[in-house]
Write a protein that binds this ligand. Structure first.
Ligand code: COA
Length: 204
């Protein structure tokens, strides 16, 4: 019997659904052990199936963390996106995204998933501001966040150690007011053209 498809938020090319340990655990563990993926993430150590399972179990019943699976419109699970450490008193939260299927990088899936997650953050939870951070060499992720209206607000110098040297952590934040025009544009246009932005220039 075919499993019912659960949808939390639907976009044009992706939809978001709750993670399902029964179907997603091994796939997520494959992603969190792929050095080409984890070089961009805060956690880059080997992840056992048991550790990943513990992570899944910890999500159950947590009220300030919202991890979701990113699926293509055909139902292929290609990555995860989360809104974490939501503080309803301050009206803030932090986003994190991982497209684990590398063939799907750079094709707009991450941007659409993030738009849907931001709509949940701002329009359902009524947050004021969403944070994000990026390892300085992760140009794709930086562009992706800037394209959503994030602004660079600082950097923690020599924060991450990767590939034999330290790298800065770039801190970004997005106020709802800066995101609303992008959402209006996303809703109105079938071919979503994002507003132009400037890449920040960092000297090292
Ligand atoms: C970062 C990530 C979520 C972005 O999602 P994506 O679907 O690959 O990105 P998109 O196709 O939506 O494009 C994002 C932007 O990056 C640009 N981009 C794509 N490939 C790029 C590359 N190799 N280098 C620089 N920029 C690139 C795109 O052109 C787009 O910018 P634009 O709007 O100006 O055209 C995804 O690549 C990913 O999960 N990577 C591995 C893990 C990771 O880096 N997570 C984020 C940690 S902060």
């Amino acid at each position: 019997m075919r499993k019912e498809r659960i949808v939390f938020a639907r976009g044009r090319r992706v939809y978001l659904r709750p993670l399902d340990k029964a179907t997603d655990l091994e796939r997520c563990t494959r992603w969190t052990n792929d050095p080409e993926v984890t070089r961009y993430l805060a956690r880059c150590l080997p992840m056992t199936l048991l550790a990943e399972e513990n992570w899944f179990d910890k999500q159950v019943g947590r009220e300030n963390d919202f991890p979701l699976a990113i699926c293509t419109s055909k139902g292929r699970h290609i990555g995860n996106i989360g809104l974490h450490q939501v503080d309803m008193r301050l009206g803030v939260g932090t986003t994190g995204t991982l497209i684990g299927e590398k063939a799907f990088w750079g094709k707009g899936y991450g941007s659409e998933a993030k738009m849907l997650m931001l709509a949940f953050a701002f329009r359902t939870l009524s947050l004021r501001k969403v944070y994000s951070d990026v390892i300085a060499f992760n140009e794709r992720s930086l562009r992706y966040s800037l394209g959503m209206g994030h602004k660079v607000v600082g950097r923690r110098r020599d924060h991450w150690y990767r590939e034999g040297r330290y790298w800065d952590d770039i801190l970004l934040e997005l106020f709802r007011a800066d995101w609303e025009p992008l959402w209006a544009e996303y809703e109105a246009t079938s071919r979503w053209t994002k507003v132009p932005y400037e890449m920040p220039v960092f000297e090292r």
